[in-house]
Design a protein around this ligand. Structure first.
Ligand SMILES: C[S@@+](CC[C@H](N)C(=O)[O-])C[C@H]1O[C@@H](n2cnc3c(N)ncnc32)[C@H](O)[C@@H]1O
Length: 196
């Protein structure tokens, strides 16, 4: 769903997926990377905090990622930051990893700063994220960001992500946006995300 929505958004904007160099944050064993490559993306780079994820991606989908970094995006070391910056990413994807107790807001923000202005950002999140009662860090961050000048929302799609154990449907949102500019430290401080 996230890959298809990204494709739709990019093509609707008159741009070409084959020009995208994507950073897939929280890449796991490469399901999203597979979709990106299937859609003809120029480059796909995976990143995950655990080496087992990289090993699984190389085992299950050896031809998907051009590179795979094992790094903690809440505390990116200088050398990884330098190497990642060299890719000049113009797309960030993050699937099934945000607001689930997995990737914290600060890691997502770090990845956002590695994306060029004018680049694409695509991710999914559970449906409560637009709901003010959801006060988790990432929900607050996303609500602030989509109403800020730093992100332009292009697509928002509610869909049945999966069935719960009792068979009831779980709905998520897939979201595709364009990054307009780097998010300054003042924005993070203002909204209480500095050091989050
Ligand atoms: C639920 S998995 C999603 C995997 C994959 N995107 C998919 O859809 O199958 C979330 C991934 O985020 C990674 N992760 C969690 N915290 C992270 C961090 N601080 N930096 C980088 N990756 C992180 C986890 O190791 C895990 O592989």
């Amino acid at each position: 769903m996230v890959g298809d929505l990204l494709k739709f958004a990019v093509e609707s904007a008159g741009e070409n997926l084959t020009k995208l160099r994507a950073l897939d944050l929280g890449a796991g064993n490469g399901i999203m990377g597979d979709v990106l490559k299937h859609h003809g993306m120029a480059r796909a780079v995976g990143a995950d905090i655990i080496p087992e994820a990289r090993d699984a991606a190389y085992r299950d989908r050896p031809h998907v990622y051009d590179e795979y970094y094992v790094s903690d995006f809440t505390d990116l070391d200088e050398s990884d930051h330098e190497h990642l910056a060299e890719w000049s990413f113009n797309c960030l994807t993050c699937v099934a990893a945000l607001g689930f107790g997995d990737i914290p807001a600060s890691a997502f923000l770090q990845a956002m700063q590695l994306i060029q202005s004018g680049g694409w950002v695509a991710f999914n999140i559970k449906e409560t994220f637009l709901d003010k009662s959801d006060n988790s860090g990432f929900s607050r961050l996303i609500r602030e960001l989509i109403f800020s000048e730093f992100l332009d929302l292009h697509q928002l799609q509610r869909y049945r992500h999966r069935l719960a154990m009792d068979g009831s449907p779980l709905f998520y949102f897939a979201l595709v946006a364009k990054k307009n500019a780097d998010i300054p430290a003042s924005f993070l401080e203002e909204h209480g995300f500095a050091g989050a």
